[in-house]
Design a protein around this ligand. Structure first.
Ligand code: CMP
Length: 138
């Protein structure tokens, strides 16, 4: 069964959206296989978003992602990478479809409530960044 990494970002946690986001996952047949709350260090955030290190928003993004706690989850289900991306909506909330998490709650292209892996390769890297094999419930 496919897995993906989801993060409820600091703006999602501070807006009180943990329950709302998880409700949307479960209502859409996605299983939570692992979950933890943590506050990332700058180094952890830089490593997680290393693919974006040349982008102009890298500094601001890694500051934002360390500004408060996040909830990291392993989601499991059929076609869950794509399913999660559909539920999240476009990175830029102004372009996100109605009824998506980002359209409903994002306030900024950066403060867009949730992160989700964009491919099986990224998912494998991102899941292992936060979880070891014993923390992922079969
Ligand atoms: P995410 O899906 O976590 O992947 C990279 C993040 O960078 C993105 O969501 C946004 O939070 C942030 N970001 C900020 N500015 C931009 C931008 N111009 N384009 C894409 N992502 C951006």
């Amino acid at each position: 069964m496919e897995q993906t990494l989801s993060i409820i970002k600091p703006d999602g946690v501070s807006q009180g959206l943990i329950g709302e986001v998880i409700k949307r996952f479960e209502a859409n047949g996605i299983r939570i296989a692992a979950m933890k709350m943590l506050q990332m260090t700058k180094k952890q955030a830089q490593g997680f978003y290393a693919v974006h290190k040349e982008r102009p928003f890298f500094e601001s993004l890694t500051d934002f992602m360390t500004s408060g706690p996040v909830v990291a989850m392993v989601l499991e289900g059929e076609n869950v990478i794509e399913k999660n991306r559909t539920l999240m909506g476009a990175t830029n909330f102004k372009e996100a479809e109605e009824g998506t998490i980002r359209r409903d709650f994002a306030t900024d292209i950066e403060k867009n409530v949730v992160h989700g892996s964009d491919s099986p390769e990224t998912a494998a890297f991102e899941i292992s960044y936060f979880f070891n094999q014993f923390e992922i419930i079969k």
